[in-house]
Structures are given as C-alpha cells and as structure tokens.
Design a protein around this ligand. Structure first.
Ligand SMILES: Cc1cc2nc3c(=O)[nH]c(=O)nc-3n(C[C@H](O)[C@H](O)[C@H](O)COP(=O)(O)OP(=O)(O)OC[C@H]3O[C@@H](n4cnc5c(N)ncnc54)[C@H](O)[C@@H]3O)c2cc1C
Length: 586
C-alpha cells in the first residue's frame, strides 16, 4: 500500500518542504510509493500571503536579490544542495527592486512547479483546496486529517503543519474596544492582514487613529491613498479626495528604519564572534536555564558592536583614533558595558559613529514637543535623516550591524523561542520599509493626509469616540470615530481562530509562555507537555518556537529555515522507509 504524507499549508514553507522532498527522496526514500496531500484553500506556491488575487500596489519589503527559495553550500544541512535562481534572477529584475507581492507569488508558484517536476516517479502530489479542521489518531498509528466539506478524513502516516501566519481571536483589550465600537457606532479594525481587511468603513476626510507604525501600517497607508486613486508626482502627493486622514503612532512613535540602499563592499565582519555555536551550547547547558535580558542580550550587544566597529575601523579608519588590532583586543577583553563605552569614547570621536542600540531602539524617549505641528515637522526631519543615512555608504557600519543581526538571528534559533521583544527589535532595525515608502510617507505628511501621534501612543474609548494621546506632545489628543490596529495578530496557538491548532493545543501539545507551539529543535516534531515528541506530527513556521527569521532567505546566509526544512523532510523520509522495512519483515 502506498504511503501517505499530509502537508497542511502550501505557502512558502510548504513549498520549501516539497523542494526538500524532491532533493532528498531519490537517496533516502525506500518505500512502496508516496502520496503527498497538500492541503490549502489558497493556490500552492504563494498560498494566502503571496496569492495573485491582491492589490498590485502592495510590495515586498525585501530587495529582489535578497529573496531565494533555493539552498547553497552555506546551508549546514545533511541533504543535497539544489541551486536555483533568486527572485531577481528569475524575474530578470534589478537586484534592488522591491517586487510587488503578485510577482513574488508567481516566483513561488514556479518554485512549486519545479519541485513537482523534480520529484521521483514514485512520489505524487495531490492539492486539496480546502481548510484542514482537525487531526486525530493514535501516536503509533495512522493519523486522520479532517478537511472542511469532506465527510471522510485524509489518512496520513505522517503530518507536517506549515500553516504560517495565524488569525487570532481578540484579546481582552481588543474585545473591549470592539464592543465599544459596536455600542457607539464606531469603526474598530483589530489586528489582521491588511490585504484581507475591509477598509470601506474608513471614510474620506475623516480622522482614523492607527496604532502600529511597522509594515502593516505601510500596507494600510498604500491601500488608503494610491489604492483610493491618489498619485505621486515626484515628491508631491496629489490626493483623490477619497482618503481619510491617518493619525499614526506606536510605542516607539517612529516608522521602522529604512531598508539600507547600498551594497556591501570589501571584507565581511568575521561573524559569529561573540555569539556563536559555543555560546549557544553554553547557554543551553546552564542548569538553571537562561534569562534573555541577563544572559543573552549582553552577547547580542557585544556581537552587534563587534560587527559595527570592525567595519568602522577597517573601512573608515580616518574616523577612529586606534588601530583595529588594538581596539579588537581591548573590545574582546572589556568586562561590561561601562568598560566598552569608555573604550569607544576614546577611540571613536564622533558620537554618530558609535553604536547606541538603546537610542536606535527608542529615538523619541525623553523627547517632548510643545505643539503637534512642531512634532510633525520634527518627525519629517527624522525620517528624512534616516533615509539619507541608510542610503549613504559612508555609514556602512549600519550594514555591518544588519549582517550582525542576521548572524545573531541564525544562532538564536537554536535556543528555542526567546520572546517577542527580540523579534520586534530585529524587524524594526533590519526589516523596515523600502526607502520609497518612507518618501511617500513624507509626501503624505506634506499633503496633510498623514499625521504623527508620537511615542507611547495610548488609546481610550470614552464619550462615544476613540481618543489618542502620546507622551511626545504633552496635552495633545486627537479624537476619531475609527481605530485601526495596524499589526499582525499574535501567533498564539491557544487563541488562534484556526481550529486545527486550537485542538492540537487542547489535546496536549505544549506551548511557550508566549503561546508558540513547542517543537523539537532538531526535526520539528510537535512536543507534548511532558516534552515528548509526537512520532507522527511535525510543525514548522512562525507559530512555532523554532521560528527562524520570519523572512525569506537571503542567498549565501546559511538559511536556518532551509536547514529546518531539510531536517524535517529527512526525518519524515527516514521514518517512512523504516516503517516500510518493518512491514516487509513482518
Ligand atoms: C503581509 C506579510 C508580508 C510579508 N512580506 C515579506 C517580505 O516582503 N519579505 C520577507 O522576507 N518576508 C515577508 N514576510 C514574512 C514571510 O515571508 C512570510 O511570513 C511567509 O509568507 C511565511 O511563509 P509560511 O508558508 O510559513 O506562511 P504563510 O505564507 O502564512 O502560508 C501558510 C499557508 O497555510 C495555509 N493554512 C493555514 N491554516 C490552514 C488550515 N487550517 N488548513 C489549510 N491551510 C491552511 C494558509 O492558507 C497559507 O497559504 C511577510 C509576511 C506577511 C504576513
């Protein structure tokens, strides 16, 4: 009897898993033939996020040259490398283009088709355009995967979940705001995928409070401006008259840092240096466990500082007063942040050349403006300065810090999940919007369509309206009949709207304190609350505690997500082959 593998989710992750099946099956699979059931209501390849049916105005926030679905020899994995084109090579774009999401969807669909074509003849894929609702079945026997609208389940020797970004139920605060909006005839849009939100209720000319200044905000801004017929002429925005007025703020009160707009030249910083496999092993071996702030963050700071100063001293030595070798030795020996700070102030005269992670993270802390108009102008200047700096190669230590962040991210994956703060910090610094989007923000601000609220944005629901205030402009508040939460739902297994994961959770699958599904860091098997891996169920992706950088892999960067896909697929193929051998021996 042929063996059955069910993969739920046919987005980038599900597609990457198939690519690894095609790469590994010829050498590793020795069963009677394998049917792979790919379950996803959206088309395979792009899946939900990268489907064709969405606005062409929405872009990726990655350069096309930084997006690949194919492995290279930098990926430390047991399976074979199968090279293939990056997005920019495939689409014949300039490497620094920000492709639209539809195009990325076409690339992913092509990767999917190529994986299908490369499968050995005894492996066949069947796509089921439906939602998976539930998995049942014993640990030691075939699993049943129940699909929407199907009376009988798919039978599966093994199941891999690649369900990606989850929709969430409202938390207590969101539920309160939603109830208030219903009672008072207001509009409240909770965290969601902006491309899927119905924005019709946001009326022309009316103020809308927007909480969240990251990538979800950029999507919202685009759909409510160009998406409503406005256009740009050079640096000027010409409104259509159908736009609402957006009042945006967040905890930081500033947009994410611009994507860096120049290429690396010269030698890369030799990373990892202070946070590599040995340090990770040491953290994992601590009998009392480790604490992120106490034990991990100092290593991250040291690593990012190393990347920054390595670049400054080697590429811009005129801005330092010491030889790199001397600095490096003293930097390595420095016992703590005070010693490092003293070393840096002596060796790097211009404060703009020193790495200050706290200031980068919270640029408006302790900043106060007397009027809202003052602040509006100050934030325009801040965005302009950030854009200039991130497009100026004389600040190339910023790019070294970016490489440092990628390196750190790759190492930290092995620690399991270390909390949401780090992911937010990483995105804010390393995964911000394309420069042109920030230019659009400036034009929208000048056109009066976009207003900035400030840091520590607080929203209340009183007197029949929503009201936003911020510490940045004391005494200033803005009232509106509409509030949008511009962020993705939290990937919380216990509160997802997806019954599949909720039931797994109710059945005993373990979660982290942040609500992520616990999986074996080696092969992705789902863990129960005693830490035991389920022999037949695997999970990969952003809702698990083995979430790799939540982004597409950049070529030649080791690709932790590729390594995970490979390890899971090899575990799956080995299991199937062994269970067939056992059957034959019986
Ligand atoms: C809006 C957005 C924009 C992004 N932009 C970028 C970017 O520009 N650059 C970058 O590097 N990264 C970006 N990312 C991050 C990353 O690339 C994406 O997260 C990527 O889509 C993750 O792939 P995935 O397959 O794990 O999850 P998803 O893309 O979420 O795919 C999961 C699939 O599972 C399906 N599914 C879920 N539940 C079920 C179920 N119960 N039954 C059947 N099917 C199910 C869904 O329909 C979906 O197709 C973005 C993420 C988001 C959310």
């Amino acid at each position: 009897m042929r063996q059955q593998l069910v993969i739920v989710g046919a987005g980038p992750r599900g597609t990457g898993i198939l690519e690894r099946v095609a790469a590994n099956a010829p050498a590793l699979y020795g069963g009677p033939g394998l049917d792979i059931h790919l379950v996803d209501p959206h088309p395979p390849g792009g899946g939900r996020i990268w489907r064709q049916a969405q606005s062409p105005l929405l872009w990726m926030n990655s350069h096309a040259e930084d997006v690949t679905m194919f492995t290279d020899e930098t990926v430390a994995m047991a399976g074979p490398v199968r090279e293939g084109p990056t997005l920019h090579e495939w689409a014949e774009l300039h490497g620094r283009t920000f492709a639209d999401r539809q195009l990325q969807g076409r690339y992913l669909a092509w990767v999917y088709e190529r994986a299908l074509a490369e499968l050995p003849p005894d492996v066949t894929v069947h796509h089921h355009p439906r939602r998976a609702l539930r998995i049942s079945g014993p640990d030691e026997g075939r699993q049943q995967v129940w699909l929407e609208g199907r009376p009988r389940p798919l039978l599966a020797d093994l199941v891999i979940l690649a369900v990606g970004h989850l929709d969430g139920e409202l938390d207590a605060e969101q539920a309160r705001l939603a109830a208030y909006a219903r009672e008072h005839g207001l509009v409240h849009l909770p965290p969601d995928f902006t491309a899927d939100s119905d924005l019709c209720a946001l009326k022309a000319g009316e103020p809308v409070l927007v909480r969240g200044f990251g990538l979800a905000f950029v999507d919202l801004m685009v759909l409510l401006t160009e998406g409503r017929g406005g256009r740009y002429e050079g640096e000027t925005y010409l409104p259509s008259g159908r736009e609402p007025v957006l009042y945006v703020g967040s905890r930081r009160g500033v947009p994410y840092h611009s994507k860096i707009g120049y290429d690396w030249t010269g030698d890369r910083p030799p990373l990892p240096r202070f946070l590599g496999p040995a340090e990770v092993e040491e953290l994992l071996a601590r009998p009392g466990g480790f604490d992120f702030r106490r034990d991990v963050w100092p290593l991250i700071e040291k690593e990012l500082g190393f990347a920054h100063y390595h670049r400054l001293f080697t590429a811009h030595p005129g801005r330092t007063t010491m030889a790199w070798a001397d600095f490096e030795e003293k930097y390595a020996a420095a016992g703590g942040p005070d010693e490092t700070r003293a070393l840096v102030s002596g060796a790097v005269p211009d404060p703009a050349d020193r790495l200050d992670l706290a200031a980068l993270d919270r640029p408006l802390d302790a900043v106060r403006h007397a009027s809202h108009d003052d602040f509006q102008k100050a934030l325009e200047d801040y965005i302009e300065a950030d854009l200039n700096r991130r497009h100026d190669p004389s600040h190339s230590p910023d790019l070294a810090v970016f490489l440092g962040l990628l390196s750190v991210y790759g190492q930290l994956v092995r620690l399991g999940d270390i909390g949401t703060w780090w992911h937010g910090f990483f995105s804010y610094l390393a995964s911000g919007p394309p420069g042109p989007r920030l230019r659009q923000m400036l034009a929208l601000s000048r056109a009066g369509v976009l207003r900035f609220v400030g840091a520590g944005m607080a929203v209340t629901a009183e007197d029949g309206v929503f009201r936003a205030t911020s510490a940045t402009v004391p005494g200033f508040g803005v009232e509106a009949r509409a509030l949008v939460e511009a962020r993705l739902p939290e990937p919380t297994v216990g509160r997802t709207r997806d019954s599949l994961l909720r039931e797994l959770h109710a059945d005993g699958a373990a979660e982290t304190p942040d609500g992520l599904l616990r999986v074996d860091p080696g092969d992705g098997r789902i863990l129960d609350r005693t830490g035991r891996p389920h022999p037949r169920r695997f999970a990969l992706g952003p809702y698990t505690d083995a979430r790799a950088p939540g982004a597409f892999t950049r070529p030649r960067t080791g690709g932790p997500a590729f390594r995970q896909n490979d390890a899971t697929v090899r575990a799956v193929l080995t299991f199937l082959t062994a269970s067939y051998a056992k059957e034959l021996a019986r």
